[in-house]
Design a protein around this ligand. Sequence first.
Ligand code: MN
Length: 199
Amino acid sequence: MPNELLELGYSYDALEPFIDARTMEIHHTKHHQGYVDKLNKALEGTKLQDKPVEDLLKDVNNLPQDKKQAIINNGGGHANHSFFWKSLKKGTKASGEILQAIEKKFGSIDEFKEKFKEAATTLFGSGWVWLVLNEKKELEILQTKNQGSPLSENKIPVLGLDVWEHAYYLKYQNKRPEYVDAFFNVINWEQVNENFKAK
Ligand code: MN
């Protein structure tokens, strides 16, 4: 089965004014769709298209050499965006196990946000910033370049932020720090807590 673009589960304007409807629509229907299409083209006629893309990303060193980079780029693009859409929602607050773990690791939710923002604004060029669980099941902040997936580094994503310009340019232009501040208002902490507990 080819990979598919999933519905967001909410409307394109659901995150206004923090993330605008036009950005969401283009991001989902053009950018994310583009990764899905290119991934499917690369995997056409191979058994790899029947595997969950996350499984391919966890084991990139065993991918066929002629498919490897396409899967890292477009499989990563597909998996990262699918993960990102689910972790966006207005009106939730950090609570429960994830809040306790963040406070233990970073001191407070505000100190966590400060560190996450620093990672997001210092990432040069295109990429993602993540809160992940590392091999020791400890929280850490991670940057990945381009569409790199934490799964390929043996880490479990808990929260992710797309800092490619296409994610924010229409509304925020060059002001990535403002986009990061806006993102803090639309983190779906219920989902993040689920991601954390699934460890
Ligand atoms: Mn993107």
